[in-house]
Write a protein that binds this ligand. Structure first.
Ligand SMILES: NC(=O)c1ccc[n+]([C@@H]2O[C@H](COP(=O)([O-])OP(=O)(O)OC[C@H]3O[C@@H](n4cnc5c(N)ncnc54)[C@H](O)[C@@H]3O)[C@@H](O)[C@H]2O)c1
Length: 311
C-alpha cells in the first residue's frame, strides 16, 4: 500500500516514469514531475492533468528550490540520459545527467523530510560481461563497458555512501530490459519497440551481430509494481528487477513475426561495440525482500505492446 502523500518523480515524462506517474496519480498521491524532455514527451502526461510539473533539469537551482518547497515523502529518481550509445558518443553529457545532477538532487532531498530515495539502475550494464547466469546482485564480473553503465554503478555506490547514516532510506533497483507501451520505437534503446514498430509497418528489422545475444525482457507495469513495492519498506534495498528468463534476439524476432504474421527475414549487421553476449537477472532477492515477482510473461507482455501499437 502507498502510505505516503507526496511523491517526486524525476524523468516522469519518460517511458517508465509516465507509467509510474499514472499509477501514483490513480492512487491519489500528489505527484511532482521533473523532466527536462531530453527524451521524455509532454504528451505522455497529457491525460493526467497534473498540477505540478517542471520541464527542466533536475539539478538546476530553480528546480531544486521547487523540490525543497514541495517537500516530498518519497522520491522516485528515474531521470537519466538513457541511451548507452549516446553515452559512448558523449560521456560528458551522460555524467552530467546520470551522476552530477542526481548527486545535487540527493543533497537537496537531505534538506527536506523525504524518507525514501528510489533509483532505477541498470542490471544490464553494471555487472560487466556476466560470468554467472542468471546474474544475482553480487555477481560483478568486471567494470561496465560504457560510460552509461559506469555512471549507473557509481551512482549506486554514491547513494549507499551518501545515505548510510541518514534517515532517508534508499532502494536501488537494477532493471533488466524494460519494454511496453510508450517506449520510443525511434530511439536507441528498446529493441522490442523498434522491432514491433518495424514489423507492424512491414519493414525489415536489423539485428546487430548473429542474433544469439540474449536479454531479459521485463514488462513496464511489472517494473512500476516493483518501484511501488520498494517504497513500502524503509529498509535499504539493492535488488535486481528482471524475469530470470533469457531470450535471444533471434527468438524475439521469430515470436514477434508469428504474432504479427510477418513472413520476411531480418537483416544482419555487424555486432555493436560493447554489447553483452548474455544478460539475464536472478530476481530471487526481490521475491524474498519485497514480495515482488513479474506478472507478465513475454507472451502476455507482447500482446499488450502489439495491441497498443495497433491503436
Ligand atoms: N528502459 C530500460 O530498459 C531501462 C533499463 C534499466 C534502467 N533504466 C533506467 O530507468 C529510467 C527510466 O528509463 P526510461 O526507459 O523510461 O527512459 P526515458 O529516456 O524514457 O526516461 C528518462 C527521462 O529522464 C528525463 N531526463 C533526462 N535527464 C534529465 C535531467 N537531468 N533532469 C530531468 N529529467 C531528465 C528524460 O527527458 C526522460 O523523460 C532511467 O534511469 C533508465 O536509465 C531503463
Amino acid at each position: 500500500m502507498m502510505n505516503y502523500k507526496k511523491a517526486l518523480v524525476t524523468g516522469g515524462a519518460g517511458f517508465i516514469g509516465a507509467h509510474l506517474t499514472e499509477k501514483l496519480h490513480q492512487n491519489n498521491i500528489e505527484v511532482l514531475v521533473v523532466d527536462n524532455l531530453l527524451t521524455g514527451k509532454k504528451e505522455n502526461l497529457l491525460s493526467l492533468d497534473l498540477e505540478n510539473t517542471i520541464y527542466g533539469d533536475v539539478g538546476s537551482e530553480e528546480t531544486l528550490k521547487i523540490i525543497k518547497n514541495f517537500n516530498p515523502d518519497v522520491c522516485f529518481h528515474l531521470a537519466a540520459q538513457s541511451s548507452v550509445v549516446i553515452s559512448v558518443e558523449d560521456p560528458l553529457l551522460d555524467f552530467e545527467h546520470n551522476l552530477l545532477q542526481p548527486v545535487q538532487l540527493i543533497k537537496t532531498l537531505l534538506e527536506t523530510d523525504c524518507k525514501q530515495f528510489i533509483f532505477t539502475s541498470s542490471g544490464g550494464t553494471i555487472f560487466g560481461e556476466p560470468e554467472v547466469i542468471p546474474t544475482s546482485e553480487d555477481d560483478y564480473a568486471g567494470e561496465p563497458a560504457s560510460p552509461y553503465g559506469l555512471a549507473k554503478k557509481k551512482l549506486n555506490e554514491l547513494i549507499e555512501v551518501m545515505l548510510q547514516n541518514e534517515t532517508m532510506s534508499y532502494s536501488i533497483l537494477n532493471l533488466s530490459n524494460v519494454y511496453g507501451p510508450r517506449q520510443d520505437p525511434h530511439g536507441e534503446a528498446g529493441v522490442m519497440s523498434i522491432f514491433t514498430g518495424k514489423l507492424m509497418n512491414n519493414e525489415t528489422p536489423t539485428i546487430y551481430g548473429d542474433g544469439k545475444q540474449t536479454r531479459d525482457y521485463i514488462y513496464v507495469l511489472d517494473v512500476v509494481d516493483a518501484l511501488i513495492k520498494s517504497a513500502e519498506t524503509d529498509d535499504n534495498l539493492f535488488l535486481n528487477i528482471g524475469t530470470g528468463v533469457e531470450t535471444s534476439v533471434n527468438e524475439l524476432v521469430s515470436i514477434l513475426s508469428q504474432k504479427i504474421s510477418w513472413d520476411g527475414e531480418p537483416e544482419y549487421a555487424p555486432k555493436r561495440e560493447g554489447e553483452l553476449l548474455r544478460s539475464v537477472l536472478n530476481n530471487e532477492r526481490a521475491k524474498s525482500q519485497i514480495g515482488w515477482e513479474p506478472k507478465y510473461t513475454l507472451d502476455t507482455g507482447l500482446d499488450e505492446l502489439i495491441s497498443w501499437f495497433s491503436k
